[in-house]
Write a protein that binds this ligand. Structure first.
Ligand code: GLC
Length: 395
């Protein structure tokens, strides 16, 4: 199959996948009917990016649905249940939605809509600004944004949280108990949104990188220097406080609890290359994506280095490759002018998504699909290399 034929096949299958997952009346895609039957915040943003790359106007509709769930103070919950009366007591006190959030991918979604030549409804720009404002208002601690549950980083069972869990040996039951315990230790604000925790507060490198990128892109969309400044400040603080010269990666800065596990060399520690002004840090981190002893793998990048003691290529967030991470690594490579690396990441991701039959995540060594299948966010592979150019992703 030629590259052109492969891309055409990828687009055909991605369009079919999203179309089948589309909930017409509700205006969003369920990530997977059985495992994930609700609206997930960053998943929906990746659907928007994929819809936009496919030239489908449901991009705008799904983004409107995302913001329709916004709280009065700007907060966006990480899950909205398909039925507003559903209550999940381990995700906070609210009916209808979770009390936690997820990385702010919605500004990238707005950009994707614009780049596809679709008009951005003005109201969505205001809503994106108020969502980001809520993060800066409620979650800024000593210059970095914090999360108060691992779910908020999106990387649920990452080894970076092991110091809180108290073990490097992953066991489903242990993690379920841990997640519940952390949810019960959250402090909730007036609207029921999580704002703090007595047990788990951490400033993840990846969450901050995605937020800094969002702020910079919003600054460009609105031509507003306040957002550009916020982006620059966050990036500079990451370099000052979260650069780990030993690993050549950014680590996650613990605020309440935590410990050494925050320095585990996971590939999301490369993501501040998206926003840093420090070229040396960026190239040291990005070079590890082409190093076979680190993250480079046939269907990678892998989530941990090959020889790392906690590397498990098939275990949930402890080794496999994930579409949202690959998407942002690809953007980071473009942002730093690493076109060849960006192309390599795009090619590997597309090949893996096809081989893994649009799985939630996959084994980076073999491309074997893992987790839910099919899972809609894998469709974001169609955006890699197509709708964005080195200049257009806000770069
Ligand atoms: C898992 C992932 C999370 C994602 C959700 C739905 O919980 O860890 O990042 O949003 O599934 O796909």
């Amino acid at each position: 199959m030629t590259e052109v034929e492969r891309d055409a096949e990828l687009r055909r299958l991605a369009a079919r996948l999203l179309d089948r997952a589309w909930q017409g009346a509700a205006g969003y895609c369920v990530p997977n009917r059985r495992s994930y039957p609700h609206l997930w915040l960053w998943d929906s943003c990746f659907h928007v990016i994929a819809w936009a790359a496919l030239g489908d106007r449901r991009a705008v509709e799904e983004l409107q649905t995302v913001f329709a769930g916004q709280f009065a103070g700007g907060f966006l919950p990480h899950i909205r249940y398909r039925d507003g009366s559903i209550r999940h007591r381990h995700r906070g006190p609210l009916a209808g939605s979770s009390s936690f959030t997820q990385p702010p991918v919605y500004v990238r979604a707005l950009l994707a809509v614009r780049d596809a030549g679709m008009e951005i409804p003005a109201e969505l720009l205001d809503r994106a600004a108020s969502a980001l404002d809520a993060l800066w208002r409620d979650r800024l601690r000593d210059g970095l944004l914090v999360v108060v549950h691992p779910w908020e980083a999106g990387t649920d069972d990452s080894p970076r949280w092991d110091s809180w869990v108290g073990s490097h040996r992953w066991r489903r039951r242990r993690w379920t108990a841990f997640d519940r315990e952390i949810a019960s230790r959250a402090v909730y604000g007036a609207d029921g949104q999580a704002i703090d925790s007595t047990a788990f507060v951490v400033a993840p490198a990846s969450f901050n990188a995605i937020a800094a990128d969002a702020a910079r892109c919003l600054g460009d969309l609105l031509d507003d220097d306040t957002w550009r400044r916020r982006a620059g400040d966050l990036a500079d603080t990451l370099d000052a406080r979260a650069w780990d010269a030993d690993q050549g990666l950014w680590w996650d800065v613990p605020v309440v609890g935590g410990g050494e596990s925050c320095r585990t060399p996971t590939v999301d520690g490369v993501l501040p290359a998206l926003c840093t002004a420090n070229r040396e840090h960026a190239s040291t981190a990005l070079d590890q994506l082409i190093d076979p002893a680190r993250f480079h793998a046939p269907f990678g990048p892998r989530f941990l280095p090959k020889d790392h003691p906690w590397y498990r290529p098939r275990r949930y967030w402890r080794g496999p490759a994930w579409p949202p991470i690959n998407f942002y690594l690809w953007l980071a490579a473009l942002r730093q002018g690493r076109r060849e690396l960006a192309r390599d990441l795009a090619e590997r991701t597309k090949a893996a998504v096809l081989r893994a039959r649009f799985s939630e995540y996959w084994d980076p060594e073999t491309g074997r699909g893992l987790g839910a299948r099919p899972q809609t966010w894998s469709a974001v592979a169609v955006a890699l290399g197509a709708a964005f150019t080195a200049e257009s992703p806000g770069g």
